[in-house]
Each structure stands twice: as structure tokens, then as C-alpha cells.
Design a protein around this ligand. Structure first.
Ligand code: FAD
Ligand code: SF4
Ligand code: SF4
Length: 390
């Protein structure tokens, strides 16, 4: 018998508008509060032992991954933090033993989900013990970039900003004394905006999670007040049915026009991602080897890219014993990087952790993502499209 065993009224494949009946969650939620309410329901009813979510730390640039085991604590984790660039899949693997001995509910973006699938293939994560509440993801802005962009482009002290949101293609800030929104296209044409891996990302609606939740397509009187939920698995359908029966959550059929708008927005985002791929990959130039060599010559061999890559399992310790890498050599010879690119050539999920955390600002995700995209294109004619790829 599985974790979620009663017969669901809501079925896999359904789409609904959903909103919470919990006033504390409604106050803090990004839209309808469905994500927080479902996780709370799962925790209260012992469907999971704990949930991994993201909580605001010191300020809006500080997204802290948190394990919550007391349902009362969940209301503080509602709301989206677009400067939260961490990978919860890594948190699960490193801190919670890949859910091997604990049932865990998690909020996941597309890259978290792909990383979890890869980690499961490597037996680092037990997917059967996970309840995955996906959030659609248009992208994240790194905290440093957000502060710089708000100072120089918005002309606002970043410490005075108490809320940020992405709505109708704009990055909007609310600060002491006003609010201001600027189109993301304009920001990105000027070198600001989302992380470069997010610009290239093509996994906008996380349909391999149990539920995919977002704000696209919520129109009419429910605009801003409901979460658009696509039910992606029987487990997700069962959870939704139970939460609705328990009156934790209300649902209604989505507006047909809303479904159409959601589809169009997703397609527009995919086209934009393709545009960024072309633009970014052309940066490799006619001689990618020289480009990679030049860029990686700044490497100080801190091992951060290896330790924070969800799919590159060799540890710094195993690398130290490598036949291809000279110990103590800084910068390391190119094999230090080529080995990792080779290891992950068919599994890089373009989460951007390597690049985000590289102290030398080497565009590592660009290199490994370009190699993955090329590997997919090479295998696709025979094997078909990969189950997931970013
Ligand atoms: P809530 O009940 O408010 O719960 C939100 C959940 O998200 C909480 O569990 C919280 O811990 C978690 N969370 C917050 N920040 C992060 C983060 N950085 N990483 C991982 N988890 C986080 N929807 C769209 O339709 N289109 C988009 O383009 C889009 N882009 C998004 C980008 C980001 C970075 C995030 C986090 C969400 C995005 N969403 C997008 C989803 C949307 O903002 C809402 O999260 C979703 O509609 C659920 O709303 P809710 O009120 O039910 O969630
Ligand atoms: Fe979202 Fe994709 Fe960026 Fe991950 S890589 S944060 S799923 S846009
Ligand atoms: Fe080198 Fe950057 Fe990787 Fe550190 S994170 S080992 S500096 S490439």
C-alpha cells in the first residue's frame, strides 16, 4: 500500500484553481496558498515526517532552505523568493540522506526535480519517500545581481526593499516610499536580470512532480487569489482530494481562457529560452576549446563546482587520487574540468550551482549545459527526446 491510498476524486491530468481556507497562510502566500496548505495537510496527517521549503532569512535576498516538522511553522514559509537560487535537491541529498529513512514533502522547481531524478538513478535519493509539490519557474535572480540591479537600474537602496515579485513580465519591487517595476526583457538586454542558466532553461512547468503549481492562467475574479494547479500524478490527485474533502483547500474549474493564456505563456517562455541558448552558446566561439581553456585558467581549485553539482558524484577526495590530475597544481590542468564535463555530459540539469558558487566567476554552467544540449541532439534521432532535459 502506498503512502497515499484513498481513491481520489481529483484525477491525474486535471487542472484546477485552488485557494486556502487558512487565513494565516492566505496573508503570506504568493497566490492562493495551495502549496503551503497542501504541505501543511500532509504534515498534519502524517503523510510525511517533514517538509523542505524555503524561508525568508534576514531580508528578501536571503532564501533559507528549512526542514519543518511542526505544521504550525509552515505559514512562515509561504510566498515566493525569486532571489532564492539554492537547489533543494542538494539539501535533501546532503542533509537528509536523500529521504532514505524519512518521508519528505518538498517544494521543487524544474531544476530541483531533474536533479532528484538523476540522484535517484545514482541511488542517492529515494523518490518513493517524496511528495513533490512543483512550482512553475520563470527563473531566479542571484542575490548579488538583485542588489546591484536595484541600486543602479531602479535607483533604490536594496536594503529598503521589503518585497519583490515577478508579474506580467516585470520584476517589481516594493520599498519604503514606493514601488517600481521594469520589464525583464529590458533588464536582460542591459545585462541585468535572471541568472544565465535560468534564461536558457526550458523546464517551466514541472510536470514530473506530483503537482505543478503556478500563477499563470489565473484570471477573472480569482486573479492573484488562487493557485493554478496541474495534477501530474495519482499521489498528487489523492493529496488534493483529501485536502479538499478536509476543507483545507477550495477548488474550482479554471477559466478556459486562463488555460489558453497559461499555454501561450509557457510557449513564449520556451521560445525565449531557445533564443538565449543560441545567444549564449555562440559565446563559445569558433574555438570552444580555447574559450574553455582561457576561462578555466583562473581556477583556484576550491572544489566548489564539484561539491555543489547534484549530478557529479565523485568527491574532492576521489579527485585527489585521480591519475589525470596533478595534486597541488593551481590552476589545475584542463583535465580537472574536462573530467567533470565528461561525467555530466548526458545529465547536467543546468541548475547553475557550479557557476553561481564559483569564486572566480567562471561560466561553468554555460560549458556543461552546451555539452549536454549537444549530447541530447546526438542521441535524440535514435533514442527520442530524453525524459527530462533542461
Ligand atoms: P505558497 O503557498 O505561497 O508557497 C510557496 C512555496 O514556494 C513555499 O513552499 C516556499 O517555501 C517555496 N519557495 C519560495 N521561494 C522558493 C525558491 N526560490 N525556491 C524553491 N521554493 C521556493 N509561477 C508561474 O506560473 N510562472 C512563473 O514564471 C513562476 N516563476 C516562479 C519563480 C520562482 C523562483 C518561484 C519560487 C516560483 C515561481 N512561480 C511561477 C510559482 C508562483 O510564484 C507560486 O509559487 C505558485 O503559484 C504557488 O503559489 P502558492 O500561493 O500556492 O504558494
Ligand atoms: Fe527555475 Fe529553470 Fe532557473 Fe531552475 S534553472 S531556477 S527551474 S528557471
Ligand atoms: Fe575552480 Fe571555480 Fe570550480 Fe572552484 S568553483 S574549482 S574556482 S572552477
Amino acid at each position: 500500500m502506498g503512502l497515499f491510498s484513498s481513491k481520489p476524486d481529483i484525477k491525474k491530468g486535471d487542472m484546477v484553481y485552488a485557494w486556502t481556507n487558512d487565513q494565516d497562510i492566505a496573508k503570506k502566500a504568493e497566490c492562493g496558498g495551495a502549496v503551503t496548505t497542501l504541505l501543511k495537510y500532509a504534515l498534519e496527517n502524517k503523510l510525511v515526517d517533514g517538509v523542505i521549503v524555503v524561508k525568508k532569512g534576514q531580508d528578501i535576498y536571503d532564501a533559507v532552505p528549512t526542514l519543518v516538522t511542526d505544521p504550525k511553522g509552515l505559514k512562515d514559509t509561504a510566498g515566493s523568493l525569486h532571489c532564492g537560487t539554492g537547489l533543494l535537491a542538494n539539501v535533501l541529498k546532503k542533509r537528509f540522506n536523500g529521504a532514505k529513512n524519512m518521508k519528505i514533502g518538498m517544494t521543487v522547481k524544474g531544476c530541483d526535480l531533474m536533479a532528484l531524478q538523476e540522484l535517484a538513478r545514482r541511488k542517492e535519493v529515494n523518490l518513493d519517500n517524496l511528495l513533490l509539490i512543483g512550482v512553475n519557474c520563470g527563473g531566479t535572480v542571484s542575490p548579488m545581481m538583485a542588489r546591484y540591479m536595484i541600486t543602479t537600474k531602479y535607483g533604490v537602496d536594496p536594503d529598503k526593499v521589503f518585497k519583490e515579485e515577478i508579474d506580467k513580465g516585470q520584476f517589481i519591487i516594493e520599498y519604503e516610499g514606493g514601488h517600481k517595476g521594469i520589464k525583464i526583457d529590458e533588464l536582460e538586454d542591459e545585462g541585468f536580470g535572471r541568472r544565465s542558466n535560468c534564461r536558457r532553461c526550458l523546464y517551466k512547468v514541472p510536470r514530473q512532480a506530483d503537482l505543478a503549481c503556478g500563477n499563470w492562467g489565473v484570471i477573472g475574479e480569482k486573479a492573484g487569489k488562487a493557485t493554478f494547479v496541474e495534477v501530474c500524478s495519482d499521489k498528487g490527485a489523492d493529496l488534493m482530494s483529501k485536502a479538499v474533502k478536509a476543507k483545507a483547500l477550495e477548488v474550482s474549474a479554471p477559466e478556459p481562457k486562463g488555460i489558453e493564456i497559461r499555454g501561450k505563456t509557457e510557449n513564449a517562455m520556451l521560445k525565449l529560452g531557445e533564443k538565449w541558448r543560441k545567444r549564449d552558446f555562440s559565446r563559445l566561439g569558433k574555438d570552444p576549446w580555447t574559450t574553455i581553456n582561457n576561462e578555466t585558467s583562473r581556477c583556484i581549485k576550491c572544489y566548489s563546482c564539484i561539491e555543489n553539482c547534484p549530478v557529479c558524484i565523485p568527491t574532492a577526495e576521489t579527485l585527489k587520487k585521480s591519475y589525470a590530475i596533478e595534486p597541488g597544481q593551481i590552476p589545475p590542468n584542463p583535465m580537472f574540468h574536462l573530467r567533470r564535463f565528461a561525467h555530466i555530459s548526458d545529465s547536467c540539469v543546468n541548475c547553475g550551482q557550479c557557476e553561481e558558487l564559483c569564486p572566480m566567476e567562471i561560466p561553468l554552467a554555460l560549458f556543461s549545459h552546451a555539452i549536454r544540449v549537444e549530447a541530447d541532439a546526438a542521441f535524440e534521432p535514435k533514442l527520442g527526446k530524453p525524459a527530462y532535459s533542461n
